[in-house]
Design a protein around this ligand. Sequence first.
Ligand code: AMP
Ligand code: ZN
Length: 436
Amino acid sequence: MAYSNYFNPEETLDREGIERLQAERLRSTVAHCMGSGFYRKRFRDIGLSHEDIKTLDDLQKIPFTTKQDLRDTYPFGMASIPLSKCTRLHSSSGTTGNPTVILHSQKDLEQWANAVARCLWMVGCRPEDVFQNTSGYGMFTGGLGFQYGAELLGMLTVPAAAGNTLRQIKFFTDFGTTVVHAIPSYAARLHEVMCERGVDPRRDTKLRTLVIGAEPHSDQTRRRIENMLGVKAYNSFGMSEMCGPGVAFECPEQNGMHIWEDYYIVEIIDPVTLKPVPEGEVGELVLTTINREAMPLLRYRTRDLTRILPGECPCGRHHKRIDRIKGRSDDMIILKGVNIFPIQVEQVLVQFKELASDYLITLDTVDGSDYMTVEVELAGSNIDDYAALQTLERNITRMLRDEILVTPKVKLLPKGSIPQSEGKAVRVKDNRKQYQ
Ligand code: AMP
Ligand code: ZN
């Protein structure tokens, strides 16, 4: 059966076509946003009318939306349509206090599935493929997001969900899985366990395509994973606030991620001056959703640092390409795909009167997997009661796991052991390979 290279006609629009569509959708999105109490007030406060937004340049008149705005309006204050018309919500990890809530209408969910299907189609996935998803299902959007996209494309889907590596490998071999979605650290773990069990991915499986994302990783890591598993690995970028996966994705050229500009308007700003950076320079990614119904976001500061890659892509798509994510303009850590803020760790530690206030979070990569160690100083000088210390360590570990959803290694140290830095305290040391 002959297939087209493209899933949607919008993929082939030229720059003029993209920008015309964006201006149209921006106008209708801004008008639609007036259904949200939050945006109505925002606009009124600065004397802006939705009718003032006519062209793409007018976007600059609109204030940024931040994660804090989402927290402040928790749970439903950002909605632009009545709740009775919403059909799902997702909630983002990695926040203290109020989490962020993202609402979706049925149409939003269909558009989201379409964006994910488009990404998967772009890298050669077809209905004959078997797609296995190793993401957690539930609030984490990598589960349901990929599930509906892969189903829309028509692949046989294996919603294996996270964990149970032996079972994942058994599914690969028994179901003839050809496409896998995994976070980079888990892809390496899959290979490790395959080696332990004498499973050769090239000989014993039909794996061909890997979709990796959700956390920063270098091109080197990608190549290593490709070699291990005998697959082509494509970088997938998304975030809950923008639905989830399907925001930007590499094409077969593997030279940056096309960001779907019929869904989003892209800006790159200097996170300090908040002014646009010159084309090609690294800055903070700011996105405006232009086809969302339940909860459109205008000029949302993602905090992700990247740049627009110059030049045309040989694949024929004119949608801009963003470079690999270089880091964050806030202090968020991403570990095993989970978002963590250092303040969450601190808020657990301060609850233990046995602890002093100095602590250090270290992130390391060991055998392809990422780990967190939390070193913290004891308040008192009496550290001879070994059993009591062990119990304390266990209790801290348990409370941290409940708060940050990953299990760190906790080390208790005598007072004065953590080196003091001049000026601002250094709370996080990231030794992971993807940042080198
Ligand atoms: P979440 O809302 O939990 O899905 O987390 C979204 C965040 O994960 C983004 O803002 C990025 O910081 C990070 N992220 C997602 N995909 C990638 C990727 N391909 N490369 C690097 N970081 C990513
Ligand atoms: Zn391309």
